[in-house]
Ligand binder design. Sequence first.
Ligand SMILES: Nc1ncnc2c1ncn2[C@@H]1O[C@H](COP(=O)(O)OP(=O)(O)OP(=O)(O)O)[C@@H](O)[C@H]1O
Length: 365
Amino acid sequence: MTTPAPRIEATDLKRSFGGRAVVDDVSISIGAGEILCLLGPSGCGKSTTLRLIAGVERPEAGRIALDGVTVCDKSTFLPPEQRSIGLMFQDFALFPHLSVCENVAFGLTGKRAEKLNRVKELLARVDLERHINSYPHELSGGEQQRAALARALAPRPRVMLMDEPFSGLDNRLRDGIRDETLGLLKDEGTAVMMVTHEPEEAMRMADRIALMRDGRIVQQGAPYNLYNSPIDKAAAAFFSDINVIRGTVQGGLTRTAFGEFLAPGHADGSHVDIVIRPQHLKLDFDRQGSGPLPTPREGVPAMGRVRRSRYLGRESLVEFEMAFDGSTLQAVVPSVFLPKPGTPLWLMMRRDRCHVFPSGPESSA
Ligand SMILES: Nc1ncnc2c1ncn2[C@@H]1O[C@H](COP(=O)(O)OP(=O)(O)OP(=O)(O)O)[C@@H](O)[C@H]1O
């Protein structure tokens, strides 16, 4: 049996504006029923990549194939309407002079009764049946978004391209609509590429995340892998705040107040950053000036005093001044724990939660 071609296969796409490569050798492959989120800071080239795949922009180099059929390369360029692609943007407005029914039926062909059945089926899925005869101005923002989703999905596109589709919605509405959208897209077997600059949104929606920076994809994988095995310090910092402890390498090891860390591949005398997320620091109470016994897994405990604690609902954010050098570390702990400023506590850095990267300049993704 042969494996089916990916729904979307983009290879080595390039696009420049004013001599600057905005999309630089980007390759993406998405299978049926798979959701890929293209994630990255503002201006890194996400929307341009999406527009290239949609056919709204033309790449300078590269190839795009849908279900194994080339729609764009050096000698081929199919316009967007011939690519069987659904598009959804934040400000992708419904036609104001058409009813919800007419909007959703807009891209459908075939018999009237069949079209009406499809419209009703989709409106039921997005919980808008009672608005079938309403006009867009009679709907709330969230309802308009759901109607737009139904319209985009009505012709059963093989591929759906979404650019920040939920960013205009308030938080309460957003979670529900995201989940409904996810369910619908999965049920229809659509291959989805969604552009977002919000890591939480990408982790919630994506089967796979492609992290983009300065026109390039720097890391791709399941949300779990990007969060837990970031490729560099900036990739780690894109998903949450991070704590950074500097060290110098000697004989493949770097020694810190938290014990020794392996730094294989780093030259003697080079500086490294040991990175840990605030939720992965472990805390322990002070026992008259001593902490827990060091363990191979959790390393050596180091003493810190609480500088301030903030209650965030489900969690507390605790900021420490570390005894060994006065530096600041942050821990996120369940909110049942809200220690007072000045409280001495012991902090531990679990080896399997730490990442060792070469020290370098900060960047945003
Ligand atoms: N038509 C254009 N002409 C000139 N420059 C452009 C054009 N389209 C995009 N750019 C530039 O290319 C860069 C990438 O833009 P793009 O919209 O792809 O980024 P993005 O990652 O989607 O950002 P955002 O999240 O802010 O939408 C930006 O610096 C932008 O100004």
